[in-house]
Ligand binder design. Structure first.
Ligand code: MGD
Ligand code: MGD
Ligand code: MO
Length: 764
């Protein structure tokens, strides 16, 4: 949002800056957690929820996709998991009276933080913007029946099913996701964009091509057994806090840790484990080596490491390479030509740091590489991840205990949604299985991903937008373009728990369909239901909410899809939608016959802790790729070239947010309080631009289309990031990310490499 939010909105942004911290978690985290939780939920509900998080009979934490170990602590949560739970289990409510008081124009002027703070939505709401001037248009209560009738009306009015888009955010359960893709395909389209398109799509693309499975190849046990863990482009202290316990455990057994990051992140420096008394007080240093890399330099770094491994006698696992891989020669030729001058320019590192990393790699038998958005959101992200795979293949570090690839997923079920068929480019075998099980011919043409969906809306080629969760307009790039595109739609539908920007930027008609969250009790005609999710390591387990829902009008996500399908498809569908809604075991039964690895699903999910999906490279060193082997690849080395005087901006998360949901205005570990419009810049880069710490600047993004993209009024913070780099929070900076700036192959927005200039501005 370019303009300032109205009075009464907490986001007045007066950032206070202190020294960054060097340790994560510990006692302050526990106190902070309880305060946040009790403010939203009260004392009783706090106890009721926080003790059930990630327990075997409880619900899956909606925070992140990090797996739960076999031994559960009484309180198996972390500070940020607790915030995610409090945000959902809040006692605050958004009722029809709220919408009567706040017309659309008012909602559109609010910050995302304010919208989220209003509480859980209690009733389905309809907005008819078409015939009222925007200033006066308001959401009005609507019956569920009428809401589904409107969806049917608008979908039937389309010239082609491909004019509809069905978006999924990664909190959606397996059951709901399976139903949504089934409905979309019976309706006739593969337009199933999802948040993964903006997240780990680059990992999926790179791993499918090289290893044959687009998922990580390690278990939690592997991580504990590793003797070297490289954490590249990830901030686990904030985004996957429970991962720090795993790193601590690995270290206790002698593992070394290398972190590769333009920022020194507190969690990787020192971790004070809140689950142990010693940890609370002293904490453990995690990092053995910190490579402070320039943004986008990772492919060059791994290419040089590969060259050095190749040049070291005995360092290559010849037997593994011989037996299991393809493409070694072409790769080795490319790697041998890696050049020091180019590597140092691309990475901003010095030679000794890279040589120290090499020594640690050579000393390791069991190496795991973990990564997240710092590797996936660049133009050359897929090539970068392939280069990481090259290193592990050289060392035979795939399909061996304690070794492998570990893309650390974001949303708690983003991996499961993909497994369930939420994908715009489904494999033919998946469609064949659907066809056989449900007796209809699914569409075979590929659908649209997130970026292509925005273009289709912009160009009038898509007219109905349906979202199963998430916050599409705030999470996607090029905010002004995307918001204008969304306003062209005939109908936008949001299945949501809480208000967000996507309810304020709508098509001519808009529906809000309020739904149960993870923590809510879900009772259907056949009795109390549970749903299932898949974590970042391919473990599938049950999730069972225990709270009384925010209102009696809420429907579960599976019920919403089932009722929509009946309204839209009518008698033309032979699928037993009503039974699916009655009893989710019936859905799981069908999943077991369509999705490989889910055989006997209902019986196996009954086991406490669930089950692990098969993974051919991990389990049997089998690589189901096009060549039948693990593929070395040999892309040219790329890195962002930044014109004179410009900086490379990464857009990232603060400690007080969950993607577009802002929990608060602090970023404790980075020493920032009471504001989010900050830009972190190296002191010397700032000085060169005459920007003192505390000065204000506009961020102006430069892209080949020449359009001006501006985010005004950011407080400059002198911060020890890599030279030439800057960092600022998303979603405020999405306005700067050009829609066409995406990763090759995966089409993921390059939100970690935005070329900007800083223009001094008077104030916020
Ligand atoms: N509390 C909380 N938990 C979350 C989320 C949340 O918002 N809040 N979001 C969830 C989701 S959906 C996801 S995908 C994950 C995201 O988890 P992360 O990927 O950890 O999230 P980001 O804040 O985007 O941080 C990116 C990290 O990569 C570094 N980085 C940036 N560019 C580069 C680069 O070019 N090279 C290298 N080596 N490093 C780079 C940044 O400095 C930063 O440390 O977290 C999940 N968990
Ligand atoms: N610039 C920039 N942009 C980015 C990123 C970045 O690093 N930089 N990261 C990208 C990444 S990794 C991701 S994953 C995307 C995230 O994109 P999304 O997944 O679309 O966004 P979220 O903010 O996670 O969605 C939050 C909303 O989900 C709804 N919600 C919460 N729980 C539930 C539930 O149980 N059911 C339903 N139906 N709704 C629920 C609430 O209404 C809440 O407001 O953003 C991407 N965008
Ligand atoms: Mo994500």
């Amino acid at each position: 949002m370019a303009s300032k939010p109205p009075a009464g909105d907490p986001v007045q942004d007066a950032p206070q800056v202190g020294a960054p911290q060097h340790a994560a978690a510990g006692l302050p985290a526990i106190g902070h957690t309880l305060r946040v939780a009790q403010r939203q939920m009260g004392v009783r509900r706090t106890a009721q929820t926080l003790l059930k998080v990630n327990q075997k009979d409880g619900f899956d934490c909606p925070g992140c996709a990090w797996p739960e170990g076999d031994k559960r602590h009484v309180a198996e949560f972390c500070e940020n998991g607790a915030k995610a739970v409090a945000e959902e289990a809040t006692l605050r409510r958004v009722t029809p009276a709220f919408f009567a008081d706040h017309p659309l124009a008012d909602l559109a002027s609010r910050s995302g933080y304010w919208l989220g703070q209003q509480g859980r939505i209690t009733q389905p709401m309809l907005l008819e913007r078409g015939d009222t001037p925007d200033g006066e248009a308001r959401y009005e209560p609507v019956s569920w029946e009428r809401a589904f009738g409107i969806i049917a009306e608008e979908l039937h009015a389309l010239d082609s099913p491909d004019e509809a888009l069905f978006y999924t955010s990664g909190r959606t359960s397996n059951e709901a996701a399976f139903l949504l893709q089934l409905f979309a395909r019976e309706f006739g389209t593969n337009n199933l964009p999802d948040c993964s398109n903006m997240c780990h799509e680059s990992s999926g693309s790179a791993l499918t091509e090289t290893l044959g499975v687009g998922k990580g190849s390690v278990s939690l046990e592997d991580l504990h057994q590793a003797d070297l863990i490289i954490v590249a482009g990830q901030n686990p202290g904030t985004n996957h806090p429970r991962m720090l316990s795993a790193l601590e455990q690995a270290k206790a057994s002698g593992a070394k840790i290398i972190s590769v990051n333009p920022l020194p992140e507190a969690g990787l420096e020192r971790f004070k484990n809140p689950q142990t008394a010693r940890g609370l007080v002293k904490g453990a240093a995690l990092n053995d080596l910190f490579l402070q890399i320039r943004i986008g330099g990772d492919q060059a770094l791994f290419r040089m490491l590969n060259k050095l491994v190749l040049e070291t006698p005995g360092a290559v696992d010849e037997a593994f390479v011989q037996e299991h891989t393809h493409g070694f020669e072409a790769f080795a030729e490319a790697a041998r030509s890696a050049d020091w001058a180019e590597t140092l320019a691309a990475t901003g590192l010095d030679r000794s740091g890279i040589e120290r990393a090499l020594e640690m790699i050579l000393a390791s038998r069991r190496t795991v590489v973990c990564w997240a958005m710092g590797l996936t959101q660049h133009k050359h992200a897929v090539a970068t991840i392939r280069e990481v795979v090259n290193l592990l293949l050289l060392r035979g570090a795939i399909g061996r205990p304690g070794a492998g690839v570990c893309p650390v997923r974001g949303h708690s079920n983003v991996q499961g949604d993909r497994t369930m068929g939420i994908f715009e480019r489904p494999a033919p075998a998946f469609l064949d299985a659907l066809e056989k099980e449900f007796g209809f011919a699914p569409p075979r043409r590929h659908g649209l991903d997130v970026v292509r969906s925005i273009r289709a809306l912009r160009d009038g080629e898509a007219k109905v937008f349906f979202a199963m969760g998430g916050n599409f307009v705030a999470a996607t790039p090029d905010t002004e373009v995307t918001e204008a595109a969304m306003r062209r739609a005939r109908l936008t539908v949001q299945v949501s728990t809480k208000l967000n920007r996507s309810h304020a930027v709508t098509g001519a008609r808009a529906l809000i369909l309020p739904t149960l969250g993870r923590t809510d009790k879900d009772v259907q005609a056949a009795g109390r239901q549970f749903v299932t999710v898949e974590d970042s390591m391919g473990m599938v387990h049950a999730s069972r909410g225990n709270l009384t829902p925010a209102s009696p009008h809420l429907l579960s996500e599976p019920a919403i899809v089932a009722r929509m399908a009946r309204a839209v498809l009518g008698d033309s569908s032979a699928t037993p939608w009503e039974e699916f809604e009655r009893d989710y075991a019936v859905i799981r039964d069908r999943i077991s016959r369509v999705v490989p690895g889910f055989e006997d699903f209902n019986a196996r999910i009954a086991r406490p802790g669930g089950f692990t999906l098969p993974h051919a490279p991990r389990d049997e060193r089998r690589f189901p790729t096009a060549t039948g082997k693990a593929n070395f690849t040999a892309a040219a080395v790329e890195y962002p070239r930044v014109p004179e005087g410009r900086l490379l901006l990464q857009t990232l998360r603060s400690h007080d947010q969950y993607n577009t949901t802002v929990y608060g205005l602090d970023d404790r570990y980075r020493g920032i309080r009471s504001g989010r419009r900050v830009v972190l810049v190296h002191p010397e880069d700032a000085a060169e631009r005459g920007l003192a710490d505390g000065a204000y600047a506009d961020l102006v993004s430069e892209w080949r289309d020449g359009a001006e993209r501006r985010a005004p009024g950011f407080r400059v913070v002198h911060y020890p990031t890599a030279r030439g780099c800057a960092a600022a929070y998303y979603p405020e900076t999405n306005v700067l990310v050009p829609l066409d700036s995406t990763a090759d192959t995966s089409n993921t927005p390059a939100s970690k490499s935005v070329v900007i200039r800083l223009e001094q501005s008077a104030s916020a």
